[in-house]
Design a protein around this ligand. Sequence first.
Ligand SMILES: [Zn+2]
Length: 455
Amino acid sequence: MRSSIITATAICLALTSDAQDSVMFRRISDEVLLHSTCYDNLRDLCKNVGHRLSGTPAAAKAVVWGEKTMKQAGADRVWLQAADVPCWYRGKESLALKMEKDFREVPALSLGNSQGTGGKPLEADVVMVYNYEELKAMPDNAVKGKIIFFNYRFRQDFVNSFEGYGDAVNYRWNSPNIASRRGAAGVIIRSMSTGEDDFPHTGSMHYDDSIPKKIPEMAIGNQSANALEYACKRGTVQARMTSECHMKEGLAHSYNVIGEIKGTEVPERIITVGGHLDSWDVGEGAHDDGAGCVQSIEVIRALKAIGYKPRYTIRAVLFMNEENGLMGGRAYADSAIAAKENHIVAIETDAGGFSPRGIGMEMSDARKDRIRQYTHLFLPYNVYDFSHNEGGADISPLQRKMNLPVAGLMPDSQRYFDYHHTANDVFENVNHRELKLGAVTLAQFIYLVCEHGLD
Ligand SMILES: [Zn+2]
């Protein structure tokens, strides 16, 4: 009898708590959908700062913007955290292809961190391969001195486009190493793009220490890649690459921007939400990752605005240098370790400002199950997918070094790789409702962890 009373009381309490959570989910959603400043903040970042590659004056301006915007959101404390970053310089660049009679320029972008041609034209025959195996099978004299066109297509059969990106991205990251070891002079890649357009996509590449020469790498859009593929099948094609890009000596001083709401009961325990403040040096870094920055700030603003008093400290972090070095993410983790901080979980938003569909998690199964038992609370917001293993790049040092549970906001992925790292990643291509809904999901997730913990 006694045990059944206890059980009934427990069920009652659970139901009350569930109803309370549901009401709080709605309050968070109403606050963001009706009063959010995140869309205006994104416009301000995109139009008044613009693209903001690490180590540039624009990135420094973005830090000032972040500090100001975080304060306006009502954070209890806002500060800058030092993070020294590499500086890559693009300069002038062009790619001309001789597919018929004359050389004709096509839209192209050097890949980030690539060494250029010193501003002088590099002219050579183009050798097309579809993958690394094909290059491996070629005799040295067919490769030496040539410009290799890695015509690896972004696979369309993955429904989650991040899987397609994961499959293709090694051709951007690593191709100059493979080609340099075979004596090639340069590399052209088909962009990591789902788009049926001709926007080239930049993004980071790297050079192994052991390669004979740092050869230049450029990306072309899907339409130019289709034309080049067709021309290579028909006969000899020549390319003329000209680029000034290079990595500057040393590191530049820069910063992460951090704002927090102090916890009321256990302030030393910390929940982090963040996106990255730097972007590539084309477009406006609207989806990647201006969206994640303004959503993280919005979590602070919305929770403050509804008068929520979190048990734990909630921190929004705008990380610097995600794109070509991860120095901000490293600095945040190193500082947390040095200060012996007590973190509960970190969640990242760096997958575009599209409709949220779920939250990926990299943590123990027990913790995942703990979050999944609240799936029903998210369903009215069209957020249902808690199945993926997903965290984020900026919080990965924290995850690795502190063994911290991490999560990642997972928006609909169908359009992200149309815009990602292109001149077309601009404010106009972000929908204000979809952007806000992402902030809603983040704030709801953080509320849940504050109320119920992860253990
Ligand atoms: Zn990003």
